[in-house]
Design a binder for this molecule. Structure first.
Ligand code: ARG
Length: 474
């Protein structure tokens, strides 16, 4: 028999109550869990409260709510903040998300004033505001951490401005470089990452509140006032766009993917340098682990994990791009899925940068091994060719003459610097007794003294420049 009886109020679960009389049946527990976001969006709570307080202050200033309502809301929110900080706030899945949980508690605490808070706004502009407030704080922190890492890199670079190791192309010994120069390459990358985030921040720091559900509101709201109260640079200029697009979060994820890409490249080198086969560095024990079976092992777990975590950060970027594509205007519930990946990205990048700044500061450099490796592989062959060019030999001829010399050395099992002037002269008559100065590793690096070159003097200068740029980070 068909049940035509209307459900009584007691048959509704709390969530249905939240939606009032519009619904005739409660959602199942599974649907409730499926649609709820409170488990993860509760981390936005303090930003949600901050946004609500600014909104309430504005409503009072334009006389949509009474001064007493504002005072009640402020009192209620102060208590809620305190409950959340103390871990005493009861988060209910039935109330779906952070916004409804806080609003419900506010009404419990202050009554009608709490019910007036949602005047002229919607959860759509509310959540967009919360995310932007949260992301702005994350960006500021990550920029500081990038600077901290750059500080660590530049400090080690300054100490090792004269330490020589082989520079590689195709993972083959190419030309000698200084270790300081090598580290400063990463300082450059992380510097660009910081400026990318600073640029992204400009587009994050725009206020969506006031867009309401999608079309704006009929109340005489003062959006610039709210923007000023919350430290936003401007207000979103189109209500439909304000509640729906997450491009600012995608930009952050893209900038983060690049940070992790740089971290991953660096990690690859740390792992290689630490391999006993290479033996260029040692990482402090606190960043490594042993093997449960092989007692001799000291594995560079932290760089390997960082290289691996780049995958999840890249994945979060693709996830968010895919989430956005194909969404018609304006807000769609799809957007609730923006948060976990975004949070995970910020957490991963933040933790990685903190650990790396510490790890870089503690790198133990095995300069003798670096030097020995640079002495193998004819790293100064280009210097010999340049020497000939400076004596009027066309570069291609010089290149050819040196190639012959390298071949002979290979057969003899020696380095170019081991050949006498007489032996070298066989490959080109322009070679004179001063040739050995350019065949040494020191001569080679010192000769590259232009801006951006590996000469110790330049490296020191470059390291000091980075240190002065990031002074505020330490
Ligand atoms: N929890 C939601 C989110 O994260 C808040 C906005 C809900 N809006 C709506 N129309 N259902 O997107």
């Amino acid at each position: 028999m068909k049940n035509t009886q209307k459900p009584t109020q007691s048959q509704f679960d709390k969530k249905a109550e939240a939606w009032s009389a519009r619904f005739s049946e409660p959602v199942s527990d599974l649907v409730k869990r499926y649609t709820a976001s409170v488990d993860f969006d509760k981390r936005l709570a303090m930003f949600d409260i901050q946004g609500s307080l600014a909104h309430a202050e504005m409503l009072a200033s334009v006389k949509v709510i009474a001064p007493q309502d504002l005072a009640d809301i402020q009192r209620g929110m102060a208590q809620i903040s305190q409950e959340i900080s103390a871990g005493q706030f009861e988060w209910l899945l039935d109330l779906e998300d952070v916004h409804l949980n806080i609003e419900k508690r506010l009404v419990e605490l202050v009554g009608d004033a709490g019910k007036r808070l949602h005047t002229g706004r919607s959860r759509n502009d509310q959540v967009a505001t919360d995310i932007r407030l949260w992301l702005r704080a994350e960006i500021d922190q990550i920029i500081e951490l990038l600077n901290l890492l750059r500080h660590a890199l530049a400090t080690v670079a300054l100490t090792h401005a004269e330490t020589i190791l082989p520079g590689f192309t195709h993972l083959q010994v190419a030309q000698p470089v200084t270790f300081g120069h090598h580290l400063l390459a990463y300082a450059e990358m992380f510097g660009r990452d910081a400026s990318r985030l600073a640029d992204c921040r400009k587009r994050v720091n725009i206020l969506p509140l006031g867009a309401a559900a999608l079309a704006g509101t009929s109340f005489p709201i003062d959006r610039p006032m709210v923007a000023t109260l919350l430290g936003f640079d401007d207000v979103c200029r189109n209500s439909l766009d304000a509640v729906s697009d997450r491009d600012f979060a995608i930009e952050f994820c893209a900038a983060s993917a690049l940070i992790m890409t740089h971290i991953s490249r660096f990690s690859e080198e740390l792992v290689m340098w630490m391999s006993p086969r290479v033996g260029f560095i040692d990482l402090a024990d606190r960043f490594c682990t042993g093997s449960s079976i092989m007692p001799q092992k000291k594995n560079p777990d932290v760089p390997e994990l960082a290289r691996g975590k780049t995958g999840r950060v890249n994945g979060n970027l693709v996830g968010l791009l895919t989430l956005m594509k194909g969404q018609p205007l304006a807000y769609n519930k799809d957007n609730q899925e923006d948060k976990e990946g975004l949070f995970d990205t910020a957490d991963t990048v933040r933790d990685t940068l903190i650990i790396f700044a510490d790890m870089v500061g503690g790198i133990r450099v095995k300069a003798d091994n670096m030097r020995a490796a640079a002495l193998q592989g004819f790293a100064t062959a280009t210097d010999l060719a340049d020497y000939l060019v400076k004596r009027g030999v066309p570069f291609r001829d010089a290149h050819e003459a040196v190639a012959h010399a390298v071949r002979e050395c290979e057969q003899k099992g020696c380095d170019l610097a081991d050949l006498s002037v007489e032996e070298l002269k066989k490959f080109h008559p322009s070679i004179e007794s001063d040739v050995h100065a350019v065949l040494t590793l020191e001569g080679s690096v010192a000769a590259r003294a232009h801006i951006g070159g590996t000469a110790p003097a330049r490296v020191k200068e470059a390291a000091l420049k980075v240190l002065s740029e990031v002074q505020s980070a330490v």
